[in-house]
Design a binder for this molecule. Structure first.
Ligand SMILES: [Fe+2]
Ligand SMILES: [Fe+2]
Length: 261
């Protein structure tokens, strides 16, 4: 499992708030209390609520991170408001040991460390569908999208294999459908941009798969799909072949178009 955020940096940034508050108190600064109190404005928050959601949603520590991080920002917002009201002694007290703020801060730290560990453990397990160099097309956005899709196929496979609840499986399948549709759109936009001669055939392959995944979703939601890893195997084979047969040609055409510019 690959992640695109540095959790150590996230941890440090949240610990640094204490120093920032102390500085604001000593310099009698005004803070943006509204932004500070939101859990979706810092880099880590954006990451938590962004695309990572689709790949990490089933990790226990991920949900814990969301919950603890939210409390942290609420508490931090209260301190910022107190500083803005120029109640400096009170604000200083709120930063002390065993306060709601310090508890929220350490619990957020613990949650981030747990998440880091869980992600690292998951990456050590050999996956159902492993990324390999032969799949690398040398185009960053396409390769990154494919890595994410592989991760999502793995999530789907694991959910099926572990006999997870229907609600979980249906969510994983839906995430996969949405991300696949977005990825195809990104590829098709590139095709239009470079006036790719094979756009019609390539788009047709995309449409066929989307239709199949849509049917799978309906079958699953109507209780017509058994708990089986066969579907994951089908998706794996489809993506593998599509990357090597179709996307590879597209990536070559994009790189050619770039050199001609
Ligand atoms: Fe494609
Ligand atoms: Fe693709």
């Amino acid at each position: 499992m690959e992640i695109d955020v540095d959790l150590d940096i996230a941890l440090n940034k949240h610990t640094e708030w204490k120093t920032k508050f102390r500085t604001a108190i000593s310099k009698q600064e005004t803070l943006d209390a509204e932004t500070i109190s939101k859990d979706s404005c810092c880099d880590f928050g954006k990451w938590l609520y962004g695309e990572s959601r689709a790949t990490l949603d089933d990790l226990k520590s991920y949900k814990e991170c969301i919950a603890k991080h939210k409390i942290f920002h609420i508490e931090a917002g209260k301190i910022a408001t107190t500083i803005n009201l120029r109640k400096y002694t009170e604000a200083e007290g709120m930063l002390g040991v065993n306060t709601s703020y310090s508890n929220a801060s350490s619990e957020t730290g613990i949650a981030i460390l747990r998440l880091k560990k869980e992600i690292s453990d998951a990456s050590k397990k050999s996956a159902f569908f492993d990324w390999s160099d032969e799949l690398s097309l040398g185009n960053n956005f396409i390769d990154n999208d494919h890595k994410k899709l592989i991760q999502m196929i793995n999530n789907f496979h694991n959910a099926m294999q572990e006999g997870r609840g229907d609600d979980v499986i249906s969510k994983v399948l839906n995430n996969l459908f949405i991300y696949t549709r977005e990825h195809f759109k990104r590829e098709e936009d590139e095709m239009s941009r470079i006036k790719y001669p094979m756009i019609i055939e390539h788009r047709k392959k995309h449409e066929q798969l989307l239709k199949q995944v849509d049917d799978l979703q309906n079958d699953f939601n109507n209780g017509k799909m058994m708990h089986t890893t066969k579907v994951a195997k089908f998706l794996k084979d489809w993506l593998y072949n599509h990357i090597l047969q179709n996307d590879k040609l597209l990536a070559e055409a994009i790189s050619k178009a770039e050199t001609l510019r």
